[in-house]
Ligand binder design. Structure first.
Ligand SMILES: Cc1cc2nc3c(=O)[nH]c(=O)nc-3n(C[C@H](O)[C@H](O)[C@H](O)COP(=O)(O)O)c2cc1C
Length: 178
């Protein structure tokens, strides 16, 4: 299975990076081919709803790092989203990537699996509820099968998440994916 992991944190060694690494480790060990796109270190312009992608055959207005991601996205059997929570949502960096799915909206419908891995400081899952609802709405719309959601609460910094079971959960999700 070809699995694309899209991350949203600007922390290369932060809490969500640890979940991404563990998921990828499990998936790679299970024999999957994994690609990773770190949105916070890429140049992805937010969608401006110009409709050029839908109304012409010229594609998206912006020629940026989505040109690297789009072939991987279209080919992927599964797309995994990994993000910290910023103000009760996923980061702007990963949301910019998701909004740019619009240029390939039709082709992206159906026959993919997906999962969501979130990290955040609060002890309750309230901070993650908006992102989980948004993810469920998006996957339902795109007709993608949801394979799992991990909400790693109480994880302000990488030292916190290392004391929890969440990295193991991410590893096992990768290992059993398919
Ligand atoms: C701008 C900003 C907004 C945040 N908003 C929330 C929030 O709404 N709820 C929460 O529990 N934690 C919030 N946090 C804490 C982060 O989600 C938390 O530190 C997370 O582990 C960072 O992940 P990372 O190390 O992968 O970047 C916020 C952090 C930042 C920098």
């Amino acid at each position: 299975m070809k699995i694309l992991v899209i991350t949203g944190s600007p922390h290369k060694t932060g809490t969500s990076a640890l979940l991404a690494e563990q998921f990828i480790k499990g998936a790679a060990e299970a024999g999957h081919k994994v690609c990773r796109f770190d949105a916070a270190f890429k140049n992805v312009h937010p969608c401006i709803a110009c409709e050029r992608c839908h109304n012409t055959d010229k594609g998206c207005t912006f020629k940026d790092d989505m040109e690297e991601l789009n072939p991987q996205l279209l080919e992927a059997d599964a797309v995994i989203f990994v993000s910290p929570i910023y103000y009760y949502g996923m980061t702007a960096q990963i949301k910019a990537v998701i909004d740019r799915f619009y240029a390939n909206d039709e082709a992206l419908h159906g026959s993919k699996k997906s999962a969501l891995l979130l990290t955040f400081a609060d002890d309750t899952v309230e901070s993650a509820e908006g992102s989980a609802a948004s993810f469920k709405g998006m996957t339902n719309y795109l007709e993608w099968e949801v394979a799992g959601i991990i909400s790693a609460r109480g994880c302000s910094a990488v030292e916190d998440i290392k004391k929890t079971d969440f990295p193991k959960q991410a590893y096992e999700l990768g290992e059993t994916f398919g």
